[in-house]
Design a protein around this ligand. Structure first.
Ligand code: NAD
Ligand code: UGA
Length: 466
């Protein structure tokens, strides 16, 4: 064990989790130096940009914290080896996407970035280092990390002072949601710390206790912690698929999905959160984490359990298909050469992240029907929209506008796919004037006033209502 701490934290991975999480640790633990490292130079340069509006992650409240801590006890750098060597504690916060090929393709997590991080740690760390799994991982990954860390052939630091580096592994999954990451990190429902030795569990707990009520810190064994993260995401996503499945039934029966959600959500056993119907869940994690859970269940021979959880993803895919199909149906069954405006490309409001956004699949289906799409999103960069349609782009079938009115000009329909606050405040009368008639609004987020739009003259479809 290390007696003399350098009070130095290194985080490998400066993404949506690493950047905000380390910023909040730096803010609350001024006596610790926090170095966030990444092999992506462009990303690190963006984290170091003088202009804080150019940070690579948009999160309300993040700029203020970076402004306060950057250059004092928060640093962003590509010097991975150097910062690993200095660290008492290393958070691994790299990406763990679904495998695209090989065994488990389409289900299992691709752990190549985890493995390369572990190999770098094994090679460059000194003395005793606590290695923390911050990424979301299949249960038992700590076993793999331990094996890599303890294979001394990778270590070149033992010759410096003759001591062989040692390691403890902790699982400390992150539960932040994008768009509210800073608030989630400052005021989490709980912090989960899974580990095997008291020294490491206590040291990590003490860091969090700088701003979090000790009663909210839950300690478990490693495997419970790894599994709890996958299960938490599966339960959250399950609620969305449940309410979305009922949205379709509301449209068939005359019930109203918001009324149903309220009626069931006021039962304290059910609870009102995560019952918001929409175009299906997006984001980089829900789908990949459920598929990973499905893979694990199949691996352990639990076929019925695997099939049960896979249905959550199936309903999500179906909801997206259902929305594009009903748009096509309402526009006289043909979209050839029709213009449609897509309002919103991020997977939810208040983030610039587009990973697995429902807008992607819904837009692709419309493009395949011959539509020309004009996108407007307040935060997503043009190149992040274009990259999704590489294979379908033809002349003028994918355009990006810098405001909603421009995107709607000449369009037959507007699809609202992200619930950005500003969509409620738009000048809908003006928008109506510049569209071809009949002018449709398809509100998949139930965020607009149906009656007001109808009074203007729009034809309106609102999810989960008749
Ligand atoms: P991300 O893709 O935004 O960031 C990961 C970063 O790691 C990238 O910048 C990449 O360049 C870097 N990286 C990969 N291998 C590296 C290496 N060997 N050395 C240095 N840098 C390396 O991913 P993210 O959204 O931050 O997610 C990270 C993990 O956290 C995932 O496992 C995810 O499931 C989990 N998670 C994400 C969220 C979220 O809201 N995005 C929330 C909770 C948990
Ligand atoms: C989700 C979880 O909420 C976090 O706890 C978790 O840490 C994170 O995944 C992760 O592991 O990556 P995130 O995906 O950032 O966070 O955002 P959510 O607010 O969960 O939304 C996910 C998707 O579900 C979005 O597309 C959102 O629009 C949709 N959603 C959410 C609904 O359709 N209805 C709801 O009621 C809630």
């Amino acid at each position: 064990m290390k007696n003399n701490l350098n009070k130095n934290i290194c985080c490998i991975g400066a993404g949506y989790v690493g950047g905000p999480t380390m910023s909040v640790i730096a803010l609350n633990c001024p006596e610790w130096q926090v170095n966030v490292v990444d092999l992506n130079t462009e990303r690190i340069n963006a984290w170091n940009n003088e202009d804080l509006s150019k940070l690579p992650v948009f999160e309300p409240g993040l700029e203020t914290i970076v402004k306060k801590c950057r250059g004092k006890n928060l640093f962003f750098s590509t010097k991975i080896e150097e910062n690993i060597a200095l660290a008492d504690i290393i958070f691994i916060s790299v990406n763990t996407p679904t495998k695209k090929m090989g065994i488990g393709a389409g289900y299992a997590s691709d752990l190549k970035w985890i493995e390369s991080s572990a190999r770098q740690i094994a090679k460059f760390s000194r003395n005793h280092t606590i290695v923390i799994e911050k990424s979301t991982l299949p249960v038992k990954t700590a076993e793999t990390i331990k094996t890599i860390l303890n294979s001394s052939e990778h270590n070149n630091s033992k010759d410096l002072d003759g001591t062989i580096p040692t390691f403890s592994i902790i699982s400390n999954p992150e539960f932040l949601a994008e768009g509210s990451a800073i608030n989630d990190l400052q005021n989490p429902d709980r912090v989960l710390i899974g580990g095997e030795d008291d020294y490491s569990i206590n040291l990590i707990s003490d860091i969090y206790k700088n701003w979090i009520d000790p009663e909210k810190i839950i300690t478990t064994n490693l495997w419970s912690s790894e599994l709890s993260k996958l299960v938490a995401n599966a339960f959250l996503a399950q609620r969305i698929s449940s309410i979305n499945s009922i949205s379709a039934l509301c449209e068939s029966t005359g019930a109203n999905i918001n009324e149903v959600a309220k009626a069931i959500g006021t039962d304290s056993r059910i609870g009102g959160k995560f019952l918001k119907p929409g175009p299906g869940f997006g984001g980089s994690c829900f789908k990949k984490d459920i598929l990973n859970l499905v893979y694990l269940c199949r691996y352990y021979g639990l076929i019925e359990v695997a099939d049960y959880w896979e249905k959550v993803v199936d309903i999500n895919t179906w909801q997206q298909k259902r929305i594009s199909s009903l748009v096509i149906k309402n526009l006289f069954e043909t979209l050839t050469n029709k213009k449609l405006a897509i309002f919103g490309f991020s997977f939810k409001a208040n983030t610039n992240d587009t990973r697995e956004s429902p807008s992607i699949n819904i837009s692709k289906s419309l493009l395949q029907e011959g539509a020309n799409l004009n996108f407007y999103d307040p935060k997503v960069r043009e190149k992040d929209i274009l990259i999704e349609f590489d294979e379908i782009i033809k002349e003028n079938n994918v355009l990006i506008s810098d405001n909603a009115l421009k995107a709607a000009r000449g369009a037959d329909a507007i699809l609202v796919l992200t619930e950005w606050e500003e969509f409620k405040e738009l000048d809908w009368e003006n928008i109506f004037k510049v569209m071809r008639k009949p002018a449709w609004v398809f509100d998949s987020r139930i965020c607009l006033e149906k009656k007001k739009l109808k009074d203007i003259g729009f034809k309106v479809w609102t999810l989960g209502t008749t």
